[in-house]
Design a protein around this ligand. Structure first.
Ligand code: G1P
Length: 307
């Protein structure tokens, strides 16, 4: 990775993880939605690994009630390790070790009330301080050869300023996303002249939408501290970002990779199929399972597996 010394490096990442996960009830009645498994690890670990692989050194979780399991997950678990060692489970030991965060790298702050994504990020202001930082939404999982945040940091090293991950969505879905008002497209980089949170399809300035990866300058906190309510009556990160445009460089970045919306049941099922297929340990078996489910019995028209 080439580092342009002109721009301050991105060393910290904020993970807003205070959300309730109502779409997954009752699975998330007690367990945080970020602990839902995608292939062999929870969603939060996928997000953390992407940040770590992008060179992030400090991980800031914005948590809330009943989220302690998220901190626990990244701890050293001596009893479990002793048990695995006594049984010579070397492969499992490696897997468990790969989920441990080095001491002094995890920082926690709390969002006491669900006032919106902008408010969650604002809750991390003291831990971020006066430097650029990344935000990762663990619901958005991106399967890619090179992690999405790594790609974005490479772009940031060229452009500086603020960078958001973007992709095209069907027009009928614009009300689910932050949408770009495009000034100019330059290959994978998109110059932005405006941002709108969750516009109706009829009013959306484009179909290019923000996916949950951001590189932001600390000046965002000035705008977030106004606590202005936006779409859905929430304090929106998109609205605060829109105010930075014009004062600072602001780019959308069309990342390489496939995004899965693991904040929805179907998205999580789809992601599990995709990750299961590309995992060398399970890929072939998953392919066979899919075949069994998609082949139908001519008499009934039903899948073999369900007949
Ligand atoms: C949030 C952001 C939105 C963004 C989306 C990406 O919305 O507010 O701008 O496009 O994440 O997943 P949420 O999904 O939390 O409603």
């Amino acid at each position: 990775m080439t580092e342009n010394k002109a721009f301050k490096p991105v060393r910290k990442a904020v993970f807003p993880v205070a959300g309730l996960g109502t779409r997954f009830l009752p699975a998330t009645k007690v367990m945080p939605k970020e602990m839902l498994p995608l292939n062999d690890r929870p969603l939060i670990q996928h997000a953390w690994e992407e940040a770590r692989d992008a060179g992030i050194a400090e991980f800031i979780f914005v948590t809330g009630r009943q989220k302690e399991m998220l901190e626990e997950h990244f701890d050293h678990q001596p009893e479990l390790m002793r048990l695995l060692e006594s049984r010579n489970k070397t492969d499992m030991i490696e897997k468990v070790q790969s989920s441990e965060m080095q001491e002094g790298k995890l920082f926690l702050t709390r969002q006491a009330k669900p006032l919106g994504l902008g408010h969650a990020v604002w809750c991390a202001r003291k831990l971020v301080g006066d430097e650029p930082f990344a935000v990762i939404l663990p619901d958005d999982v991106i399967l890619a050869d090179k992690g999405c945040l790594s790609q974005m940091i490479e772009t940031y090293n060229d452009t500086g300023g603020n960078v958001v991950a973007v992709m095209d969505v069907p027009r009928e879905d614009t009300a689910k996303y932050g949408i770009l008002d495009i000034k100019e497209e330059k290959g994978k980089n998109v110059d932005i002249k405006g941002l709108v949170e969750k516009p109706d399809p009829a009013n959306a300035p484009s179909t290019l939408s923000i996916i949950g990866r951001y590189i932001l300058q600390p000046e965002i906190f000035t705008h977030l501290s106004c606590f202005e309510k936006g779409a859905g009556g929430e304090i929106q990160l998109t609205d605060a970002m829109a105010k930075l445009i014009g004062d600072q460089p602001f780019h959308g970045y069309r990342f390489d990779g496939t995004r899965y919306d693991c904040g929805s049941r179907l998205g999580l099922i789809e992601a599990n199929i995709a990750f299961g297929l590309q995992d060398p340990e399970t890929g072939e078996a998953v392919r066979q399972i899919i075949r069994r489910f998609t082949e139908t019995t001519p008499e009934t028209g039903k899948s073999h597996a369900l007949a």
